[in-house]
Design a protein around this ligand. Sequence first.
Ligand code: SF4
Ligand code: SF4
Length: 82
Amino acid sequence: SLIILDTCVNCDVCEPVCPNKAISLGEVYYEINPDLCTECVGHFDVPQCVEVCPVECIPGDPDRVESREQLMLKYEHLMAKA
Ligand code: SF4
Ligand code: SF4
């Protein structure tokens, strides 16, 4: 999963571009639900939130490092539930 850092300026451009609806406004700034973020695997070649974020505050979550295979499995599980 990716993670939004506290340098987020709450501009809201990332939320609508997430294909998994993983992004929402948290208590203070925007947050990514790591159970929903596939790093855009299955949908796009590059993470869409990273593409649009004006302050580059969305790195990989060091506590939630996943392989491409794991991300693809997550994508398939999410699609099966949808
Ligand atoms: Fe959503 Fe993709 Fe960003 Fe993850 S990387 S939060 S799936 S837009
Ligand atoms: Fe925050 Fe970046 Fe999303 Fe804007 S695009 S709300 S700065 S994480």
